[in-house]
Design a protein around this ligand. Sequence first.
Ligand code: NAP
Length: 337
Amino acid sequence: MVLTMKKYNIAVVGATGMVGRKFLQVLEERRLPVENYYLFSSKRSAGTEIEFMGKKHVVEELTEDSFTNRGIDIALFSAGGSTSEKFAPIAAANGVLVIDNSSAWRMDPEVPLVVPEVNPEDIKKVKKGIIANPNCSTIQAMVALRPLQKKYGIERIVYTTFQAVSGAGLAGWNDLENGLKGEAPKKFPHPIAGNALPHIDSFLDNGYTKEEMKMVNETHKILGDDSIKVTATTVRVPVFNSHSESINIQLKNDYDLDEVRALLASSPGIILMDDPKNNVYPLASIADGHDEVYVGRLRRDDTVNYGLNMWCVSDNIRKGAATNAVQIAEAYIRDNG
Ligand code: NAP
């Protein structure tokens, strides 16, 4: 008897964008068992030809009929919140599993929010046909923090992020590229070349930005513990790609620093780079193009009980978006044969 593995039809929504193009690259690298690919964008880029898997694919305009009778099994969405809000339920109603990169569905209690190294069990809890991919700055922190939570428990987290312009899509990238030539910004409210902007996404009534509150709320949901005290300051910096984060953690139990280093070095998805005497620590330029989360600068924070400081860097377009979503698709395919 010959056993044939099921092949899947996969759609990429937002295929012409910063994350969408990375989806295509990651899908090409990881060789999922795929029969057909369908690429979608808005009307603006419809008709664009994209060379992918050795074949030319024509990008289609996303419409309400895009998922009707096409046999699409999985759709990777990265086309903004309003597109996901409208089209993810339409896709799901057509039997498609949506893996959504926008913030639209992340805090819905019926939508799993998944980092495969951290809470893969939540993939099985899909109820509405939608799984959400967390915010890029949250994903890398979760990979670094989960092993500490499991071993020592976490009391409090203080995030300070240094986020690359690629996190603001192609328009963000162009603002830095053009800003370096002296042009005025189009995407950001101030020039990003030469500045660190303490402003990512819009401001809320509590004085925080949406990006900051995403880190707070998503951390609670993914780590499954609302009692962890979390605060964040998110900053856009003139770096093209890969987010850096200072993470100050108060653990619930005492720890040994070498034991923490060994724990992180042996945890899934983490590369430990912690040899400051030889100038070895994670950098955006090192993480760029890779799927792992890099951690280093580990040191005690003696201003609180069991305090720990770390520096954490990851490619926000790969692990922070495309790779994480494709890993979810892989796990789903494994679970469903
Ligand atoms: P981007 O470079 O601006 O690309 C946006 C994509 O969405 C383009 O393909 C665009 O198509 C498409 N699109 C826009 N409106 C659409 C519509 N009405 N119908 C269908 N397609 C539409 O943005 P990005 O950085 O790739 O981000 C995309 C999404 O991923 C956002 O929700 C973002 O929050 C999320 N995300 C981004 C990052 C990151 O680090 N960049 C990380 C995690 C999550 P056209 O070419 O036709 O305009």
